[in-house]
Design a protein around this ligand. Sequence first.
Ligand SMILES: C[S@@+](CC[C@H](N)C(=O)[O-])C[C@H]1O[C@@H](n2cnc3c(N)ncnc32)[C@H](O)[C@@H]1O
Length: 319
Amino acid sequence: MANAPVADRRLRLHEETVRGLQAEPKHLPTAWLYDERGSRLYAEITRLPAYYLPRRERELLRSYAPDIAARAQAETLVELGAGSATNTRVLLDALVYVGTLERFVPLDLNEEVLRESAPAIAAAYPGIAVEPLVGDFLDELAWLPAAGRRLVAFLGSTIGNLYPLQRRAFLRALAGVLGDGGAFVVGVDLVKDPRRLQAAYNDRGGVTEAFVRNALTAVNAELDATFEQRRFDFDARWDPAHDWMDIGLRARQAHTVSIPGLELEVSFEAGEQLRVEVSTKFRREAFDREFGLAGLRLDSWWTDPAGDFALVLALPAVP
Ligand SMILES: C[S@@+](CC[C@H](N)C(=O)[O-])C[C@H]1O[C@@H](n2cnc3c(N)ncnc32)[C@H](O)[C@@H]1O
């Protein structure tokens, strides 16, 4: 399995963890969510009835992937944060139909998830070279494979998990490497009735809670930390000031956690938040502006009839 060049990904994650646990509010980098178990739990979340996002995205891809494939004429499809690459198959089908596609490069931080998904895709699309890449899409991206015309996909509303500054840097880096003839397709969840958002992230079966709590298990396992699940409540709530679901845990009582692997002691007050991820919901105007500032031009913005989700095709802005 190919690896994107990076000095030491784990070391960087550890440094970000120290910074996050010393910040206000305290937070853990989202990357802790997606170990092998976390990726399995995420796949379960995508099948929950109230978690409408993947279904809406799939419907939109079924309607518009042929347009995207015809516009992009891509020889290479790169998918950032590909995971199980489930909805990607709709895009792959359309690109194969157009007849340009030679190569699929699913990129993810999580090597295990690629070890499962890449062979399955390779078996289903025998005419396409499947070249999985372990890497971080928050890096510079200069190392993204550059062969032929490229379509870069960012599905599953993963763009919503980036903080605003990360998103800006990511979009600028992407615009910088997309080059002439490149295209970018992104699945975007939209602002809607907070009750539906609350329901989407607070399933009764507790799958989302188990997914979020798994971040603590992962930190304990890798860094010998003493996070105790029983000392935290799960908490996922709509934050209208930021237009995001704020997802994580709250300390039930004041206590201190040791993290020997980081030489760190972290004290929590009763009720104090430990954020594990945000899931930003977007509005078209702001999205348009942000893409413009990054050097990208919105070519198409497709939504489902209820306006739940958008599929966006962007191209490099003309200089
Ligand atoms: C919300 S899931 C979406 C998965 C898939 N695209 C889908 O639509 O089902 C986010 C995926 O991005 C990966 N991921 C998260 N942060 C990443 C990063 N900084 N670089 C690369 N992959 C990342 C996770 O491992 C996970 O597979």
